[in-house]
Design a protein around this ligand. Structure first.
Ligand SMILES: Nc1ncnc2c1ncn2[C@@H]1O[C@H](COP(=O)(O)OP(=O)(O)OP(=O)(O)O)[C@@H](O)[C@H]1O
Ligand SMILES: [Mg+2]
Length: 382
């Protein structure tokens, strides 16, 4: 769906230049959960913002469904952002003056469409927020607020959901709930998530792209690896675990295999007889009953499923906002910053008064003023 070729971006500051992205080449599939991992400052947000049309880039090319960014006008980028992408940010970015329903409806109004109540109810159900439609954001928890942001993104039926640290402000349990919701959505759309949480990425991602200093340093995709041996209930899983499903079934040759495996490894190892521990170990390490294990291997073409686009079928809708909503938005902004509003009014009054005064003084002519004053006082001679 997204094709990125030789993408570079530099930030020029007063003293130096910062290479935020350096020659990035990626091809991103149509569906699934793709994590962009990396340390702080590695370029994750810059990459997401550039891919979402929120930020510009200096060199290279991005193709969206086969249409090259070289053929994009600025208005195409606006429309791409508006129709194709649903954004989710760490700070939720919901409008505090609007109810949950109104927040969601606003996303549709931006596309010039009217929000239909049943549609909003369906989306609220999808993100487990049914019954909370009439609440204001300050009556919701962090996890619920993030799900409002997801609902707002979803109502547009975007092809891609882009989320920058969507769990950054949440505790681990609530973070998991938000990721569960996003995982559900990734069954039929692309969900691109920026994160620095490797554990979350390993548990949820279908693909992990890791950045360091603006460059891709690893790109791996999840696969189900069959065990190296699976006989008489003994499985050797990815050279890391020996799984014995039933000790009573073991034969002499199996004991030999197990001993050989143990001898191969140095240092500490554990043999657990505890049922619950074994269950937990399998869960944590993503090992299925048949000994298959979910592992990340270098991303190859076979992992990148796309429909094969020609760029012709893609169409974007222009952004529009009805006057009523624009006014409400503007007013809510003013309400949010009362000090700024007060200062703006005060400065406007002072500057208009000064303007009036200087204009009057510039036009002041002593002779004419004396003449008018004498005329008004009916003084005909001096
Ligand atoms: N507006 C800007 N002006 C100058 N430099 C910037 C600007 N925005 C980002 N950078 C620099 O570009 C690099 C990449 O920044 P980016 O925000 O993409 O990192 P990140 O991986 O998202 O980090 P974090 O995990 O802290 O959010 C950093 O070195 C950063 O200092
Ligand atoms: Mg960032």
């Amino acid at each position: 769906m997204l094709e990125i070729k030789h993408l570079s971006k530099t930030y020029k500051t007063k003293h130096n230049e910062v290479y935020a992205l350096k020659d990035i080449n990626l091809s991103i599939q149509d569906k699934g959960m793709v994590f962009i991992l990396g340390k702080s400052g590695s370029g994750k947000s810059t990459l997401l913002n550039v891919l979402g049309g929120l930020d510009s880039f200096d060199e290279g090319e991005i193709s969206i469904c086969g249409k090259s960014s070289k053929d994009f006008k600025q208005s195409d980028f606006d429309s791409y952002r508006n129709t194709f992408i649903g954004f989710i940010f760490q700070e939720y970015n919901v409008m505090n003056n609007f109810t949950v329903k109104e927040n969601i409806a606003l996303a549709l109004q931006l596309q010039g469409k009217k929000a239909d109540d049943t549609q909003i109810q369906e989306i609220l159900e999808e993100v487990d927020l049914s019954g909370l439609g009439n609440r204001k954001p300050n009556e919701l928890s962090g996890g619920q607020l993030q799900r409002v942001a997801i609902a707002r993104a979803l109502i547009k039926h975007p092809e891609i959901i882009m989320a920058d640290e969507p769990t950054g402000a949440l505790d681990s349990h609530t973070g998991k709930q938000v990721l569960d919701t996003l995982k559900k959505l990734s069954k039929d759309k692309l969900v691109l998530i920026v994160s620095h949480d490797k554990e979350f990425a390993k548990n949820y991602a279908d693909r992990i792209i890791e950045l360091a200093d603006g460059q891709v340093i690893s790109d791996t995709s999840k696969e189900r690896a069959a065990p190296a041996r699976s006989k008489n209930g003994v499985s050797i899983v990815e050279n890391e675990f020996i799984n014995i499903s039933n000790v009573e079934m073991l034969k002499e040759e199996d004991y030999q295999t197990i001993m050989e495996e143990i001898r191969k490894h140095k240092g500490e190892m554990m043999i657990s007889f505890h049922k619950d521990t074994n269950k937990e170990m399998k869960k944590i390490n993503h090992i299925a009953e048949n000994g298959e294990m979910e592992v990340f291997h270098d991303t190859k073409e076979k992992h990148i499923h796309t429909k094969g686009y020609d760029g012709a079928s893609i169409s974007f809708i222009k952004s529009k906002l009805p006057l009523k909503s624009s006014l409400k938005l503007a007013l809510s902004n003013l309400k949010l910053k009362p000090f700024r509003l007060f200062m703006t009014v005060l400065l406007s009054v002072v500057s208009f008064t000064l303007f009036g005064l200087s204009d009057t003084m510039a036009k002041y002519d002593r002779g004419v003023a004396t003449f008018h004053s004498m005329k008004d006082s009916q003084v005909n001679y001096i």
